[in-house]
Design a protein around this ligand. Structure first.
Ligand code: AMP
Length: 530
């Protein structure tokens, strides 16, 4: 049994070194020392994510609750007592906090939190708070943890990454690798009703760029502006999962009903986008989100909208894993099973003119643009790469808000100037690339202020530093070099185009991607990359 203190001491040690290699070795040694049933939870705590994404669990305690609990403890902690808490004990209490739901849940959450804090030392509490606020530095880098798991289990990093694609949780991967070894890890595959992270698209600036990247021929599909859905079905039972792996089946009865007949007889996993419709026209995702007060309401609002489903991929059919098949073949299978009605609109093109015409049709019909797909590409869960290239009308990136300033004038009383950050993949830190107060409605400012205050870490003068959690899509006119920010880059004329309640901060644009775009835009200006 490993104590929470050992985990805390271990972390302090790891943080002393800046060498990635040493970190990997230290982590691997630590993982090997753990009991079997501690591996998954230790890795989750180290990664700062606490619960697997597919579990639908979140702590639901903000800074204010923690402050409140800490205050009461200072008063009543007359007899400082301590018992050794194991990492398992701590995790069980964290689960209890997350699972407290419904009436009286606030009081229950506070009670569990209090009893947890009371059982820990000062140092352990600091560490716990860092876990809760997602600030465990070493863990921010998923890459390091995956390498450590490989090292601890004698599996190759490729084997570990592949298992991660199917399990979608670092803790589960570590447990499988270390307890079951190479044979076990190679048996890990896609399982029905266990969602995998969806494959993602990189950005291209034009159809011709996509054609060049894909070797002169590519499949263009409409880019629908809605909600990503992964549908699993077996023996007549259907479950629908969101992009962040939440089970949203109950919120999309229309979709379930619509597709039921087509997939009923199969064991199947398909991937697509559900969009809201009004008459014949798509309702932009932004308009759906505007009606949503909080992240958790996002999916319940879907119930009120007529939804349409567009499928564009198939991952599994009747016992056969299809992710390693080329996209061309997967499309054929999908077409055969679900028929035209549910397919994304698509055209295989090899000329720029044809492609641009199709792109324009997508825009004219009210969609966001197109996604270009390489015909021979495999499906890589959770990966963003050039095999899929999204082409939109505006250049946008996804940022996370790391701080905000109190507004003045008309915006007095609101946190209205937002510090926008991208992810530095190498350090795992978020780096500011711009600031904006543009793009939100008054109601959104109000809601945003409320949410940001719940995420407050500290406040100095008029700047409130917040836990990086709220993701926003930001449009900009240009990327410039900037000595002002540590990132070295700044967005010109940044404007929030929508709040992405559906994205998590580790899915946003990376600093490397932004540098790439910076260089590309330069090429385009010089007329090389038209
Ligand atoms: P973004 O959210 O801007 O990174 O764009 C990628 C998202 O576009 C995907 O995660 C899907 O939710 C959505 N999308 C809409 N239509 C398609 C399509 N035909 N192929 C792939 N993704 C699509």
């Amino acid at each position: 049994m490993t104590s929470f203190k050992e985990l805390t001491d271990f972390l302090k040690n790891v943080e002393k070194t800046s060498s990635k290699k040493t970190k990997v070795i230290l982590l691997a040694e630590f993982l090997k020392r753990l009991d079997k049933n501690e591996i998954a939870i230790a890795v989750r705590l180290l990664s700062g994510k606490i619960f697997p994404e597919y579990s639908n669990l979140s702590l639901g305690v903000g800074w204010a609750t923690i402050q409140k609990v800490l205050k009461t403890i200072n008063v009543c902690r007359l007899f400082p007592y301590q018992m050794e808490m194991s990492i398992k004990d701590v995790y069980t209490l964290l689960e209890k906090i997350a699972k407290a739901k419904g009436e009286g849940s606030r009081t229950k959450k506070e009670m569990y939190l209090r009893s947890l804090i009371l059982s820990l030392s000062r140092e352990e509490i600091d560490f716990l708070l860092r876990i809760i606020f997602g600030e465990v530095r070493i863990g921010a880098s998923e890459g390091i943890l995956l390498e450590a798991v490989a090292e601890a289990s004698n599996c190759t990093i490729e084997e570990i990454r592949r298992a991660y694609m199917f399990l979608s949780d670092l803790g589960d991967v570590a447990e499988a690798a270390i307890t079951r070894g190479r044979i076990g890890i190679n048996q890990v595959s896609l399982k029905l009703f266990r969602p995998v992270k969806p494959m993602l698209a990189d950005m291209a600036y034009s159809v011709s760029e996509a054609l060049k990247e894909h070797g002169g021929i590519t499949a263009l599909e409409y880019k629908y502006d809605g909600i990503r859905v992964q549908i699993h079905s077996k023996s007549g039972k259907i479950k629908v999962f969101s992009r962040r792996l939440s089970n949203i089946t109950d919120n999309v009865p229309d979709i379930v009903r619509a597709i039921e007949d087509k997939i009923k007889g199969h064991d199947i996993v398909v991937d697509g986008e559900a969009i809201g419709t009004k008459g014949d026209k798509p309702v932009p995702f932004q308009d759906i989100v505007r009606r949503v007060q909080r992240k958790n309401d996002l999916f319940s609002i879907l119930r009120e909208l007529p939804l349409r489903l567009y499928l564009f991929d198939i991952l599994f059919l009747d016992g056969k894993l299809l992710v390693d098949e080329p996209y061309r073949k997967r499309w054929e299978i999908l077409e055969r099973i679900v028929g035209e009605d549910f397919l994304a609109k698509r055209l295989v093109v090899s000329s720029r003119n044809e492609g641009e015409k199709f792109f324009q049709e997508a825009i004219n019909e009210g969609h966001e643009g197109v996604v270009a797909k390489k015909l021979d590409s495999v499906y890589e869960p959770g990966c963003r790469g050039k095999k899929w290239l999204k082409i939109k009308e505006f250049d946008t990136i996804d940022c996370v808000i790391v701080a905000a300033e109190w507004g003045h004038g008309r915006r007095t009383g609101w946190l209205s100037d937002y510090y926008l950050a991208v992810l530095n993949e190498e350090t795992g830190e978020f780096e500011v690339v711009g600031k904006t107060f543009k793009g939100l409605t008054d109601r959104e400012f109000e809601e945003m202020t409320k949410r940001l205050l719940e995420l407050r870490i500290s406040e100095r003068e008029y700047v409130v530093k917040v836990k990086p959690q709220i993701v926003v899509e930001v449009a900009y006119s240009e990327i410039q070099k900037s000595p002002k920010y540590r990132s070295g880059l700044a967005l010109r004329f940044a404007r929030i185009t929508r709040i992405r309640w559906d994205k998590n901060p580790y899915e946003i644009t990376t600093l490397n991607e932004l540098w790439d775009r910076y260089r590309k835009q330069f090429e385009r200006k010089a007329g090389i990359n038209t």
